[in-house]
Design a protein. Sequence first.
Length: 487
Amino acid sequence: MIPIVDRYWLKNAHVPASLIESDQFATQTLGEHPVSANRLPQQKRFLLTQALADNLPIQNPAAPRFCGGVATAGTQSKSKIQNRMLPTREGLTLVDLEIVEGAIARIIPASSEIFPPPSIDLRRGIVFPCFVDMHAHLDKGHIWERSPNPDGTFDRALATALTDARQYWQAEDVYRRMEFGIKCSYAHGTKAIRTHIDSYGEQADISLGTFKTLQQEWADRITLQAVSLVTLDYYQTPPGVALADKIAEIGGILGGVAYMHPELDRQLDAVFSLAQERGLDLDFHADENGDPNSICLQRIAAAALRHQFSGQIICGHCCSLAVQPPEVVSQTLDLVKQAGIGIVSLPMCNLYLQDRKSGQTPYWRGITKVHEIKQQGIAVTFASDNCRDPFYGFGDGDVLEVFNQAVRIAHLDMPYGDWCCSVTKTAADLIGLPKVGRIGVGLPADLILFKARYFSELLSRPQHDRIVLRNGKPIDATLPDYEQLDD
Ligand SMILES: [Zn+2]
């Protein structure tokens, strides 16, 4: 379907408007523009003008999905017109994309103009930029068959994973499972993964060393970032300080699990000082429970402000925020916003572990208050978390599945708005990849092409027939066979 040539057009791509770099798209040369508003019949011009004035999608199905503006001074061939895309009610915009030498050369409103071949008519198929999975556990992944969680609870997950690590986690085992997870993510269209790595004692040397090997081996295909994962008290000990040094050495992110504890503020002071001294970003697991008294997120935000921390801070899970009184939520979110903390929700894992009691039907969905967080202007994203391990018995590293489940669990569909940024652009920004997770002129053509034309079509089928382009070329998206995990 995709020609193996250096220059081609993808026509009639339905792209989420929020994922297009708008400043680069806003101005088009009139002469190159297939259709401008000024060339439209009077009635359609009126509809466009009216829709612009109302800032609403065009309701007339016959009308085009974009709007040309008024030409500025100058000759027609050289003048610029401001094009403003009018997305559908789902936030999708119809565009033509020119790919030249692996990069996106032009993005223009879709037209009926026939471009010379090679051009591929996507027939309104949705196009996403490649995904960003900003919270994973590649080191734990795919141990389910040998170490399932016998009762599905968080406590048994912790204990089972620890036992598995003690018995099996030598370099060869860790490498095989981490590589398997990376292969799955790559095939599904992911371009960057941030993974937490269990980092106690000698395990840190084994797992972070293996991570480093894979990071280098996959450098041309996936950006891999590592976060240390220990309880925060570890950073008050000499091995914890050594771990911070190791994280700095490998260019990683300092992280850990925060628990409510009389010493929590002192633990946080230690972590923030270690990060500050080494110029490291921070990434915490916080409040992964349904206890209204668990306010680690608030304490982390307070510590960030106390330390005037200048790095990026991410907090994952934050489930208990959903069961706290409104005044506590308000106080916490105020501090989180002041501290510039980004929140990552892990909806599939939360649904799996939270509210699990033997023989009882679960009541709550386990996720944090993603809508309220977003309404506060705080960056909020979704990611996969665990994959076929005692913390989550399923998963394949498919961020489309994460988004799909998040839409259902958190009601992201009324309206979709810019929620698709939560697994692409916003996530990329939070982990320091400002050119990833978006579609813009000059950026690599790292795209995912779906046959689905609208969100309901996209999220109703698994989309196993998606085409993943990297640098404008389709990749072999064959998933690794599970047999690769066998001894
Ligand atoms: Zn996690």
